[in-house]
Design a protein around this ligand. Sequence first.
Ligand code: ZN
Length: 258
Amino acid sequence: MSVFSDAELTRYSRHMILHEIGGPGQRALKAARVLVVGAGGLGAPVLLYLAAAGVGTIGIVDDDMVEASNLQRQVIHSTATLGHKKTASAVAAMQALNPHVAGVAHDLHLDPDNARNLFAGYDLVLDGTDNFPVRLTINAAAVAAGVPVVGGLLSQWEGQLSVWDPAHGGPCLACIFPEAPAPGLAPSCAEAGVLGPLPGIIGTMMAAEAVKIITGAGEPLRARMFIWDALGAESRIIRLRRNPACAVCGESRGAGVS
Ligand SMILES: [Zn+2]
């Protein structure tokens, strides 16, 4: 017996006829538990496309409210949800798009302790945060839980994307960026500004990487970083290497040295 209702079979038919996804891939999407950290610019397209694609359980971590300055790019929210919790606004939008998936709201500020417990309940984490220290917290918790991270990063007109997955030989975020940059060197979108469609582009690519990882289709962006410069309309991919001495995923981790 199919795990899908007739309504789901119709809804997912364009996936089902893709050779690389098909019925098995769509079943894997339905069984998947994916956690999205940040229901902002990157989280908006990530959450909508994961819900539309039929990812069965989608967790959302955010403790912010929807503000008017968010709506230039955070398209999962709307004028009608101004002042609402971002998690509740996002879950409602996902349910409106696809009632066959479950959105789970985690209204909390991520810290090293709660991150590790939370991540253990998910297969994959998507990092759409706008804050480097939080990104390193996510990385450390994901490495500890053995869960890959699809990470996106925005700065004004440029976006970056990579899959951090040391369990499959690639680097973790800390292999490349061991420490948060000095204050001012990596300003947030609130400080430096960001092109509205840019998180749409990078976030949608994050969702595509998630679908690939879950279904086993193609080659995820492990050990590679995709960079998109919207001003020049140019993209490039740089190769990344794991750092064997990385304090988070390297060979000496957990040695108890303090
Ligand atoms: Zn590492």
